[in-house]
Design a protein around this ligand. Structure first.
Ligand code: HEC
Length: 149
């Protein structure tokens, strides 16, 4: 191997080690007012949405390894800013209505959860009944669930 090539590899390696020391915000702030919804809905939200849309993110091991960690932390930050089920109770009625409409749109289009998240979390792919539960709930028709609770 040429000396320049070896030196480049070393620099790359040292760079990867170095970026591990950049601080990343993986905090889970307190939960001021969690959403309450029928069990069927809560199960879907917790299983497929909470990692990015709540203060109860389950940070996987690879969220500790830069540069992947930067990317994940940014998704969580933006996700929480857009919609945070941990703050649902403190939202105004208008904001909640708006959020329900957005949720309906995203679930109808199948664009949430993001496909790159689903690659790492295949269990979060929504089944048809789960999709229906979210759609009905976001239309305010949760009472039509077969086993309402
Ligand atoms: C991997 C992280 C992640 C997961 C999991 C996730 N989201 Fe999102 N969500 C985001 C991000 C980031 C945004 C910001 C805008 C975008 O990227 O589309 C967002 C935006 C949204 C929005 C707002 C869209 C708008 O028009 O403002 C809604 C509604 C939403 N998500 C619903 C959901 C629902 C419902 C689930 C679960 C079924 C879910 N998300 C799962 C990351 C996620």
């Amino acid at each position: 191997m040429g000396r320049i090539f070896k030196a480049t590899l070393w620099l790359g390696f040292l760079g990867l080690v170095g970026i591990q020391f950049v601080p990343v915000d993986r905090s889970n702030p307190p939960v001021p007012g969690e959403i309450s919804a029928p069990d069927q809905v809560m199960e879907v939200l917790r299983g497929a949405c909470y990692d990015c849309h709540s203060n109860e993110t389950q940070w996987p091991w690879y969220s500790r390894v830069a540069p992947v960690s930067w990317w994940i932390a940014q998704h969580v930050r933006i996700g929480r800013n857009n919609l945070n089920f941990s703050e649902w109770e403190s939202m105004t009625a208008e904001d909640r209505a708006e959020a329900r409409k957005d949720i309906w749109d995203e679930v109808e289009k199948g664009s949430m959860p993001h496909s790159d998240y689903l690659r790492m979390h295949p269990e979060a792919v929504l089944t048809e009944p789960q999709r229906q539960a979210l759609l009905l709930w976001s239309e305010g028709r949760a009472r039509e669930f077969p086993d309402w609770n």
